[in-house]
Design a protein around this ligand. Structure first.
Ligand SMILES: NC(=O)c1ccc[n+]([C@@H]2O[C@H](COP(=O)([O-])OP(=O)(O)OC[C@H]3O[C@@H](n4cnc5c(N)ncnc54)[C@H](OP(=O)(O)O)[C@@H]3O)[C@@H](O)[C@H]2O)c1
Length: 339
């Protein structure tokens, strides 16, 4: 075991539950003591940690598929880092691991909760994005939940983000007849059509989604991958063709709402068009993990699948990175870099 272990680590705590948009006062960067790892545990110096939209839900004290963050405790989430001390068989100093104790500089965890990753296969941060949880969400949500098939026309919202940018490109790679994306800036829209190969894209801030989608998909859509909810979902229901499918992955337009948000006003169309709307939770799809990594690693190696990351430097900027993600300041995966 190394003699030069750090004695303290900074970590982000939730100190008050946000009402509406999170505020800086709801969070605190605090110092915690670090000790040598106990039996079966490892100490990891985090190099990157993830900020994700689902974390906003964990800041509320409500029953959900993941427990809420505890007040005055460190928040958690995906992270990758380097083992700096090991008291566990199979893990050595210098190994790189993916684990669930982000939002801090040093993580002390049972080795069984860490997965080794290879920095020679992909940059470490990619294990939080294109080769990680968001990538698997895109893959499972499109191919399994939406039952995508060759020739489908696909619409994805949040299309320049971590999940959305992969959904659109994966659909193209598997023979979609047309891929349409929506995003929140003209620059992101340009990226979708010029870099990622989308057939059409629009800025949802430039006009009603329903009109812009109809113009971009004159023959309708067969699959909608929903990252946003609200007006986007309503527009998609209008544009979906008979026997269309929608994967309901996220509803970021309402995560900071303080009042109940209205649902789509055209739900009756689901009947006549025999639509299927189905939620996805990435944690249900670990059976696809191996197939996903194999296929995506191949597309990355051949250059057929592209991805971007927005890296915010320094643990002290963790809160800004999180709120920036909710505001759309990211293109591709939003990551906090500690290197
Ligand atoms: N179900 C699951 O298992 C699962 C797993 C992972 C993620 N998700 C969900 O998938 C969605 C995307 O997640 P991600 O990690 O890939 O995040 P992301 O798309 O990389 O980042 C969030 C993006 O949401 C957009 N946004 C924010 N407010 C919006 C609004 N009012 N209307 C439309 N767009 C808005 C912003 O882009 P613009 O500039 O385009 O506005 C922002 O960049 C989220 O809803 C998330 O909760 C679900």
């Amino acid at each position: 075991m190394s003699a030069a272990l750090p004695t303290s680590s900074r970590e982000w705590h939730l100190v008050a539950r946000p009402h509406g948009w999170p505020k800086a006062e709801d969070f605190a960067l605090r110092e915690a003591a670090v000790a040598a790892p106990a039996e079966g545990r490892i100490l990891v110096r985090n190099k990157y940690f993830s900020v994700d939209p689902y974390m906003r839900g964990r800041m509320n004290d409500v029953k959900s598929y993941t427990p809420p963050f505890k007040l005055d405790h460190p928040m958690d989430g995906g992270a990758v880092g380097e083992v700096i001390a090991s008291n566990a068989e199979g893990f050595a100093v210098g190994d790189h691991v993916l684990h669930g104790l982000g939002w801090r500089e040093i993580a002390d965890l049972p080795a069984k909760h860490a997965v080794k990753v290879d920095p020679d296969i992909a940059p470490l941060s990619a294990y939080l994005g294109v080769l990680g949880m968001p990538g698997l969400t895109a893959y499972a949500g499109l191919f399994e939940v939406a039952s995508f098939k060759e020739g489908d026309a696909v619409f994805v919202s949040g299309a320049a983000g971590a999940v959305g940018s992969q959904v659109g490109q994966m659909a193209k790679l598997k023979g979609a007849s047309r891929v349409i994306g929506s995003a929140g800036s003209d620059e992101k829209v340009k990226l979708l059509t010029e870099e990622y190969g989308f057939d059409a894209a629009f800025n949802y801030k430039n006009g009603p989604v329903r009109d812009q989608l109809k113009a971009a998909a004159p023959d309708g859509i067969d699959v909608y991958f929903d990252n946003v909810g609200g007006e986007h979902l309503e527009a998609a229901i209008s544009s979906l063709n008979v026997h269309g499918r929608a994967t309901i992955c996220g509803m970021i337009a309402q995560y900071n709402a303080t009042e109940p948000t209205p649902g789509p006003n055209n739900m009756a169309m689901i009947i006549g068009k025999r639509l299927r709307l189905q939620g996805v939770l990435v944690s249900d799809h670990s059976d696809l993990q191996q197939q996903f990594v194999q296929e995506v690693a191949g597309w990355l190696a051949s250059g057929e699948l592209k991805f971007q990351e927005t890296k915010v430097e320094g643990i002290e900027n963790g809160y800004d990175a999180f709120v920036g993600l909710l505001r759309g300041e990211n293109t591709g995966k939003m990551i906090v870099s500690l290197v």
